[in-house]
Ligand binder design. Structure first.
Ligand code: SF4
Ligand code: SF4
Length: 406
């Protein structure tokens, strides 16, 4: 009995949990159910039990698989339990024994593939044309989220963009898979703002999916393969910038995955960090304004990367008034493939997040992660515009006619 593979959760990491329970109020699945086995402490207890020889049966797999991987517990933990690493390792184990392996494998293989993702986009457009009544229930929310994107033109293309004058540094832009295909405008805004700030921006054509979703879904081999392909592609850049919180958090974990990954992790930044830094340095202007923007913190930005102030600084400099909607930063329920694998929990969390946005009276909600954006679009159903903070800043920059150095 015990774990099924040779890469189980690190027992030393599991042992750092002192069972204090301080993380419980931060955990979305505990808040929804009130059940210990749906809490971080309960999941760590389950990991310790399996390490001690308990069977990794369907009940234990369910306890571990229903975790959103939001890492809110990690941010709340006084004992610095490395929960994100532990649950990722546990997912490799549950994928090895549970019946969801085929479904996970499908997801892990579709997302890194531009061709297959293009087909998925086409499917979304066709489903949109036919009407949501033909779409299976568990996918309906996802297709609703895609609705505003379905008419978008071709995917973002790689390239190099030069600033006016000498570049302050060279940025390698991770264009990703979902972002690349469905959030082209976020990439365009990222390039425009970073070039205006004086950066040379390169989006290498050879890059591939970062592997975050594969890692979250227990497909360690695919995650490793993708990280090994990306690490050399991003050699030589001063910064590696992501505008997707989930990808950025995963890049910061490359050091644990592959040779050369440490270098990727050290240079990895979320775009909000670099833009906020450029505004503070005076290389980008700040605009005045009072329109409200509700701030939605993607878990992998707030809890994993601990980037909280920077998106607010970017939104404020874009000429808006940031509004707090959720001081606890509870997950919106998107969580990568979670919305497909656990639609009930995902729907409830998405509904609650949309209600928080509506209560704020803001006509715009800012989010810096594609999964969260899709979830918000689906649950807000047009009640508020959903935009990346850097998109809002790029719009203000463009409207002002700003030219660097003039
Ligand atoms: S994970 Fe951290 S906060 Fe939660 S019970 Fe263990 S030690 Fe306490
Ligand atoms: S990662 Fe999120 S859902 Fe999972 S145990 Fe921690 S707080 Fe709960």
């Amino acid at each position: 009995m015990g774990w099924a593979t040779s890469h189980p959760p690190d027992p030393a990491g599991v042992a750092t949990c002192i069972q204090c329970g301080l993380c419980l109020p931060s955990c979305p699945t505990f808040r929804l159910t009130g059940r210990e086995d749906q809490s971080p402490r309960g999941r760590l207890t389950a990991m310790a039990a399996v390490a001690d020889g308990a069977e990794l049966d369907d009940t234990v797999a369910h306890i571990l698989d229903t975790c959103l991987g939001c890492r809110a517990c990690e941010a709340a933990c006084p004992s610095m339990v490395p929960y994100g690493e532990l649950i990722e390792a546990a997912r490799v184990e549950t994928a090895a024994v549970s019946g969801s392996r085929v479904r996970r494998s499908l997801l892990s293989n579709v997302l890194p593939s531009k061709g297959l993702l293009g087909t998925a986009s086409l499917a979304a457009r066709v489903a949109q044309g036919l009407g949501s009544w033909v779409v299976p229930g568990s996918l309906r929310t996802g297709f609703e989220g895609l609705r505003p994107l379905a008419g978008r033109p071709d995917r973002f293309k790689g390239g190099t963009w030069e600033p006016e004058g000498e570049a302050v540094a060279t940025v390698g832009l991770l264009t990703g898979c979902v972002m690349d295909e469905w959030f082209r405008t976020v990439h365009e805004a990222t390039v425009a703002v970073l070039v205006a700030a004086g950066y040379r921006v390169v989006a290498p054509e050879e890059q591939t999916c970062c592997g975050a979703l594969s890692a979250h879904d227990g497909d360690r081999d695919t995650a490793l393969d993708l990280a090994e392909r990306n690490a050399p592609v991003f050699e030589g850049f001063d910064f590696i910038v992501s505008n997707s919180a989930g990808c950025g958090a995963h890049l910061e974990g490359y050091g644990h995955l592959v040779d050369g990954g440490e270098s990727v992790a050290d240079r990895s930044l979320d775009v909000n960090e670099l833009v906020a830094r450029s505004i503070a340095d005076g290389r980008l202007p700040a605009f005045e304004g009072a329109e409200l923007v509700a701030m939605q913190d993607p878990c992998h930005l707030r809890h994993a990367q601990r980037v909280v102030d920077e998106p607010r600084a970017v939104v404020r400099a874009a000429g808006y008034e940031p509004v707090e909607i959720d001081p606890a930063g509870i997950c919106c329920g998107a969580a990568g493939t979670y919305s497909i694998l656990h639609p009930g929990t995902s729907e409830e969390l998405g509904r609650r997040k949309a209600d928080q946005v509506r209560s704020s009276k803001a006509a715009i909600v800012a989010s810096a992660n594609p999964g969260c954006e899709l979830q918000l679009r689906a649950h807000l159903a047009g009640d508020a515009r959903v935009a990346h903070p850097v998109e809002l800043y790029a719009e203000s920059l463009s409207a002002s006619g700003y030219r660097p150095g003039r």
